[in-house]
Ligand binder design. Structure first.
Ligand code: KIV
Length: 274
């Protein structure tokens, strides 16, 4: 493809400009093949640290490392040409200090070619978000149900059921927006709170288990494709049952191999005559 025919990748300012406009479509991707399939349909591909649970079978996202995120992030950038790629900073790679966050976020952008990083947290992370943004690292925030805080939150239950919790999460979103985040994931909160955050915060909100009123939506791709064998949260809509298809294909293959019906003549190399 000539340089002029190449599709321009959607940029961070393009996403930021979508506040109150056409909803931003985001799905997770962890591999070249999935990124290639999703790229045409998504504005953003999120290389989420959910990959620890979805791909690696871990109990939480806490053991995910920076190297894992960089390897999968680079694969997703290689597999896409249109979507804005955002890579999660994993647990303990940014909470210690703004300097630690800058060092690790800079590695992610330099070694993957992604356009932005995502980090979890509210008011306590505002200083870090500002430090990164002022130094040229675009940041997507993440408030509400923040899976890296599973131990502090005591699980993955929906957030914002009490007035106090609602006020805290709204304050978190405002602080992260004021610090310069270009978008904020709002996860697992009661619907009126997600709506209120979207109305009151001047940056793009990306909902997951939140509200259709958000400026965009994200789902874990493996969940919405029916590929992930683990627990599926209430807020996931299944758009396909690919897991069943994979299982049926494997069963057909196994039956063919056992019956010596595969490989057939079409799959074999013959010897040239003469
Ligand atoms: O890790 C992830 O995939 C995420 C999304 C669920 C927002 O953070």
């Amino acid at each position: 493809m000539s340089a002029s025919a190449q599709v321009k990748r959607i940029s961070v300012p393009d996403i930021a400009a979508r506040k109150g406009q056409e909803p931003v479509v985001v799905l997770t991707a962890y591999s070249v093949s999935m990124a290639t399939l999703l790229d045409d349909h998504c504005d953003c591909l999120l290389v989420g640290d959910s990959l620890g649970m979805v791909l690696y079978g871990l109990d939480s996202t806490l053991p995910v490392t920076l190297d894992m995120m960089i390897n999968h992030g680079a694969a997703v950038v290689r597999g896409s040409s249109k979507a804005c790629v955002v890579v999660d900073l994993p647990w303990a790679s940014y909470q210690e200090s703004p300097a630690q966050a800058f060092r690790n976020a800079a590695r992610v952008l330099a070694e993957t070619g992604a356009s932005a990083v995502k980090l979890e947290g509210g008011e306590e992370m505002a200083e870090t978000v500002e430090f990164l943004v002022r130094r040229g690292i675009p940041v997507m925030g993440h408030v509400g149900l923040t899976p890296q805080a599973v131990n502090a939150l005591g699980g993955y239950r929906a957030r914002g059921r009490s007035d106090a919790e609602q006020a805290k999460i709204l304050g978190d979103a405002k602080a992260i927006a004021e610090a310069g985040a270009f978008a904020i994931v709002v996860e697992g909160v009661v619907e009126p709170l997600a709506r209120q955050i979207t109305e009151q915060v001047p940056v793009v909100t990306i909902g997951i288990g939140a509200s259709a009123a958000c400026d965009g939506q994200v789902l874990v791709t493996d969940d919405m494709l029916g590929l992930f064998a683990g627990f599926t949260p209430k807020f996931v809509k299944r758009y396909a049952e690919i897991g069943e298809q994979v299982s049926q294909a494997a069963a057909s293959y196994a039956a063919d191999v056992r019956a010596r019906a595969f490989p057939g003549p079409a799959h074999l190399f013959g010897v040239k005559k003469g």
